[in-house]
Design a binder for this molecule. Structure first.
Ligand code: ADP
Ligand code: MG
Length: 560
């Protein structure tokens, strides 16, 4: 049999458009073809389970190989294969119309990078690197004969008899001149590592040498020899596909090391698993956050049915969770869409809320289970929790119960506990409650000491996020103001009958005050003379809280 034909699609020449689009991402051809091979293998497994296929399943390993002389890359599977009729249906019609649809949808997109994942192009992506694509396949169906299809990416195709003797499909790419870089072992290995590392069917790429025991030598010592074994590039059941009940801490830690070999152990993790109203699995880790946290952002890897898609999860994961590490796998995240669409997508919103809730629940659980341990971790997670508090309303609702405030004595309080503590120390219970805080414990030490001596508590607010968190607290806590400990004399900040008396007369105080004011020569600062004793800060020079915040805001260019 031999048949030539024309594939009927609406847009005649889609190829140049696709090529232009995906220019920077040609390597995804391999992801698409390998995942098709995996799909075909899963399907034959399923058919066998359903009793619709009674032959031997055999070894379902998918093999990727290349030939530098012939300039080909071949992807072979032992999946369900295709008959000639099926090729016409699935490749000529579905694959090509899928590509057409893709182009129709995105030809007006300004920037190809706008389209995340660039998924959905499927089989057709082979033509990004191949001048000719050949399919040689044998269907699992009784009495099927092998079929061969060839096409150069235009709408002309050819079908003839194939020579595949065993069930399954070979996709042979005749690599074009511009893409010869792909005819390289390390290049291909790298692409497979990136996209196929966790696919559910073993993927073989060449062989590798391995040391095996080889008896003992004359002295009774073990001998080793090197043998060539299949180079299987993937782990077929990564931990996120397993049940949390079957996993130990070591498993989670080992997986973390596999993902981020250079990183310190994470603090804790959350196993995500939901199948309604959307399907999502994954493991999120809380890393030890360093000061260079910009560097740690964007470490979450997004998968769709174990196929790696992207590590740009912005818009899928709430901004404040971008610091987390780990894996999210969801077939329900629309991948072949632009970012602006993604932000308004219903599923993405639900996923966002789900992850936020899970993270909040986990923190609440840790806090409840062992507060001491939680407090020890606060240095590493505080920044992140506060970021969540100020940026996500839903998180803030739960987070107020496990956010901690630390005072200069190293004691921790929830905001509610702290309010009670401070109220008890202040006499003006009916009015504003004032929390004192320090942004630099060393620099503001004299003020802290002085406040402590008079029984006032001082919070430490020294992280980059704290100025925003302070505003958040003032907004959320009724009748509460936060004042930096050096923003005025403590007695003026907090009305409290403390029984301290000025040793100077009023006249003496005024004189001292004038001397200091003259010396400073600035309206921004104010001078107060308490004149208790030389140890008790007889004179304090302060800057008003409001003035200082305004000044800081001006310096930062107006907030986050
Ligand atoms: P998708 O995988 O999203 O269905 P593709 O364009 O990747 O779209 O593939 C189109 C169709 O071609 C598949 O749905 C499948 O029916 C068929 N196909 C592709 N590769 C293979 C293969 N290796 N074995 C069997 N069928 C395949
Ligand atoms: Mg596909």
């Amino acid at each position: 049999m031999q048949e030539k034909g024309t594939i009927s699609i609406h847009t005649e020449n889609i190829f140049p458009i696709i090529k232009k689009f995906l220019y920077s991402d040609h390597e995804i051809f391999l992801r698409e073809l390998v995942s098709n091979a995996v799909d075909a293998s899963q399907k034959i497994k399923r058919l066998a389970q359903l009793g619709q296929y009674s032959g031997e399943l055999g070894d379902l390993t998918v093999e990727v190989s290349f030939d530098q002389d012939k300039k080909t890359i071949t992807i072979s599977d032992s999946g369900l294969g295709m008959t000639a009729e099926e090729i016409k249906k699935y490749i000529n019609q579905i694959a090509f119309s899928g590509a057409t649809e893709f182009v129709e949808k995105f030809k007006d997109a300004k920037d190809a990078n706008e389209i995340i994942g660039k998924f959905g192009l499927g089989f057709y992506s082979a033509f990004m690197v191949a001048k000719q694509v050949e399919i040689n396949t044998l269907s699992y169906q009784e009495g099927a004969t092998s079929a061969r299809w060839t096409c150069d990416g235009s709408t002309e195709f050819e079908i003839s008899e194939g020579d595949r003797k065993t069930r399954g499909t070979d996709i042979i790419l005749h690599i074009n001149e511009d893409s010869e870089e792909f005819l390289d072992k390390w290049k291909l290995q790298g692409i497979l590592d990136k996209y196929a590392k966790f696919l559910p069917i073993p993927i073989k790429f060449g062989t590798k040498s391995q040391s095996v025991e080889d008896g003992v030598d004359d002295k009774g010592e073990k001998k080793w020899k090197s043998v060539e074994v299949d180079n299987i590039i993937n782990t077929t059941t990564p931990i996120w596909t397993k049940s949390p009940n079957d996993l130990k801490d070591e498993d989670y830690l080992a997986f973390y090391k596999e993902l981020y070999p250079m990183s310190e152990d994470p603090l804790f993790w959350i196993h995500l698993n939901v199948d309604y109203p959307f399907n999502l699995t994954g493991v999120l880790y809380f890393p030890k956050v360093k000061n260079d946290f910009e560097f740690q952002k964007n470490k979450i890897k997004l998968f769709s049915r174990q196929v790696f898609i992207t590590d740009e999860v912005k818009d899928i994961v709430p901004e404040f969770l971008m610091l987390l590490h780990g894996v999210i796998d969801s077939p329900d995240i629309p991948l072949n869409v632009s970012r602006s669409f993604l932000q308004s997508d219903g599923n993405v919103k639900k996923i966002n809320n789900y992850i936020t809730k899970k993270v909040a629940d986990k923190l609440a659980e840790l806090f409840k289970k062992d507060r001491k341990v939680y407090e020890e971790k606060w240095n590493d997670i505080g920044l992140f929790v506060k970021y969540g508090m100020i940026s996500e309303e839903k998180f803030a609702e739960k987070g107020k119960d496990f956010t901690l405030l630390k005072n200069t004595n190293g004691e921790f309080f929830t905001p509610a506990e702290y309010k009670e503590k401070v109220k008890a120390l202040q006499t003006n219970k009916e009015e504003q409650v004032v929390y004192l805080y320090a942004t630099d414990v060393a620099k503001q030490d004299a003020f802290i000491q002085s406040a402590n001596k008079k029984d006032y508590d001082v919070l430490v607010m020294d992280s980059p996020i704290d100025s925003h968190y302070i505003q958040h607290l003032e907004m959320k806590e009724e009748k509460t103001t936060l004042k930096r400990v050096d923003s005025d004399v403590v007695e003026k900040l907090i009305v409290k009958d403390d029984g301290y008396a000025n040793l100077l007369t009023e006249e003496q105080s005024t004189q001292v005050k004038e001397i200091f004011e003259k010396a400073i020569g600035s309206q921004t600062y104010s001078v107060a003379v308490e004149g208790l004793s030389p140890e008790e800060m007889p004179v304090t020079v302060t800057m008003d809280e409001f003035m200082r915040r305004m000044k800081e805001m001006a310096q930062m260019g107006g907030g986050m």
